[in-house]
Every structure is written in C-alpha cells, then in structure tokens.
Design a protein around this ligand. Structure first.
Ligand code: A2P
Length: 316
C-alpha cells in the first residue's frame, strides 16, 4: 500500500473506502468488510446521511481490539449549510458523535459554496449565502481552530479549483493539506495536480470509477461509462485485472489518494488488490490519452439563476 505523507509524520493510506451513495443498511457492513480485509482509510461526509451507521461499525471493529483507533484514517466533510463561523465546530462535533469518535484524521470543507443554515439542499437563490456573508477564509479559520482543539488532525477542502486554492492560500499562513476532487481517466486534473504538488497539497480522487450509481437526476443522458471504456478494458485484460483495478492503480501511481465506493464484498476486496497491477509505459500513455476533461459530478446543482456559484471550476 502506498501512503501520502504529512509534515507531522502522519500517513494517509492511498486507497480508501468511499461511502457516498452507500445506503443505510449496507454501509456499516461495507465498512466492517473493508477494515477486515485491510482497508485503513474510510472517507465519510455528513451529507451522505450515513455517518451514524458508520459510527456503529467503527465502534464494533474497535471494540474487538485488533484494530486500534490510531491504525485508522477517518475523513469527513463540513456540509455547505454550516460555513458560518459559529456553525463549523458544532457540525464537526455532530459528525464525531455520529461516527462515535474523539477525533477525525481529516476534515474538509465539502464545497466552496455556502447555504443558509436551515437549508440542506438549495432550491432557489435565497437559499444561498453570498461569499460576502460567508467568506471561505472565515470558515477556514474555524477549521484551523478545530485542528488546534484536537477535533481533527488535519484540515483541507474539497471541490476547490486552483483559483479558489490560490485565493485561500493568499489569506492564511496555514493552508489546506488536502483537496478532494473528482479525478479519473476522463478528468485527469493535470494542472490542478501540478498546482497542488507545488504547494504541498495532497489530492484525493473521488468518483474514481465514474460513479455509475448516481441517481438519474445527476447523470447526463449521453455520459460515457468509464468502466466500459475499450482502452481500459484492453489494459485490464492484458494484466489479468479488472477495469476498476486498472483505474485505481493508475490513480495511486500519480501520487493521489483514491476512494472507490463499494458495498459489495468481492468488489471491496478487488479494489484494494489493485495494488498488485503493474501498469507499463504503454498503458500509461494510452490512459493519458483518455483525458476529455469530462466531469460526472458537475456541481451544477448549486447553480441557480443569479447566484454567485457558477465559477466553481477553472476548466469547464
Ligand atoms: P457496488 O457498490 O455495487 O460495488 P465511484 O467510486 O466512482 O463512486 O463508483 C462507485 C460505483 O462503482 C458503484 O456503483 C459500485 O458498485 C461500482 N464499483 C465499485 N467497485 C467496482 C468494481 N471493482 N467493479 C465494478 N464496479 C465497481
């Protein structure tokens, strides 16, 4: 297993279990199965609505005693309706309560977008807070305070473009340690990866397999299937591996962390076993050629007429 190294010596296991879209009634089992099969990194978020069940699962695993809390890396994320200074730490404490933990390893600002505190999902412009009402730097200062208080060991962001990162870094001495973004062969994020590595920010790849289990409302009618891509399938066949294993292995070779979601035991194991695939120069060249700057998760659901959030990405 590869690790991403932090300044204080902490190590983030490159492959983690994603839990977005993992249903209640399944996610707890998935977490237990993953940990029993060698995963040490679990990626969560308050808005996934399943942290309480994950908390039960973590508590069960830790009670058994073989795995200790410090062996695990648990990430969670601040939802968009808790960006106001006074709401950040209470939101983090709720997540800790749900996950039955004393601290997180990593807490991320989920999106560079703020909603009013009582809005879970915005329906019109009035549901948003403007960047003046909820400046990211003020939210960030609270994230740093949470780290200082020991509620989380590391802090970062998610869905931040290089422009948004630059802006945040220019306003603080202590910038994000991680940026979690959509990243896969159709959206390789080369310039963001370069920007982040120059600035000491780790990247984590979400939707690494193309998130085929999103609801229809979140899918474009003609979107391509990553796992059915002919080039990926050919490379997989050549190595006696699955398409998912090829993609996950490619992600870790580029120095990012990657969080494939699965609730299926066989696929949870298969995804971790991607470390055994040995991609060669020709494979890497062919995968590099697949970059189409194609996003599965567009963030368009945050853009209502007239609000200020139509500039989330640097590249469309
Ligand atoms: P399942 O949970 O039934 O295994 P992403 O991580 O990009 O969000 O993709 C998650 C989707 O990919 C889910 O539908 C998940 O289904 C599926 N998936 C996860 N691992 C594999 C795999 N090894 N092979 C095929 N599909 C996979």
């Amino acid at each position: 297993m590869k690790y991403l190294n932090f300044k204080n010596g902490d190590k983030l296991p490159a492959i983690g279990l994603g839990t977005w879209k993992s249903d209640k009634g399944e996610v707890g089992n998935a977490v237990i199965t993953a940990i029993k099969n060698g995963y040490r990194h679990i990626d969560c978020a308050a808005v996934y609505g399943n942290e309480a069940e994950i908390g039960e699962a973590l508590s069960e695993v830790l009670k058994e005693g073989t795995i200790k809390r410090e062996d695990l890396w648990i990430t969670s994320k601040l939802w968009n309706n808790a960006h106001k200074s006074e709401d950040v730490i209470p939101a983090l404490k709720q997540t800790l309560k749900d996950l039955q933990l004393d601290y997180l390893d990593l807490y991320l600002i989920h999106w560079p977008v703020a909603f009013k505190p009582d809005v879970a999902n915005p329906e019109n412009d009035e549901d948003f807070l403007s960047l003046e009402e909820a400046p990211i730097i003020e939210t960030w200062k609270k994230m740093l305070e949470a780290k200082k208080e020991g509620l989380t060991k590391h802090v970062g962001v998610s869905n931040f473009s290089a422009t948004k990162l630059k802006d945040l870094i220019s306003k603080t001495e202590d910038g994000p340690e991680v940026n979690q973004v959509e990243l896969h062969p159709y959206l390789q994020q080369n310039s963001l990866l370069e920007f982040c590595s120059k600035n000491g920010i780790h990247l984590t790849a979400y939707s690494p397999l193309g998130s085929g289990d999103r609801t229809d409302a979140m899918k474009a009618a003609d979107e391509p299937s990553l796992l059915e891509n002919k080039v990926i399938q050919k490379i997989a066949k050549k190595h006696g591996a699955s398409p998912a294993q090829v993609i996950i292995n490619w992600e870790t070779l580029r120095g990012t962390a990657v969080i494939p979601k699965s609730t299926n035991e066989g696929r949870i194991i298969e995804n971790l076993e991607s470390t055994g695939v040995k991609l060669d120069e020709e494979d890497l060249k062919q995968i590099a050629d697949l970059d189409e700057h194609f996003r599965y998760v567009t963030g368009e659901f945050f853009v209502t007429k007239g609000n200020t959030y139509n500039d989330i990405y640097d590249e469309k």
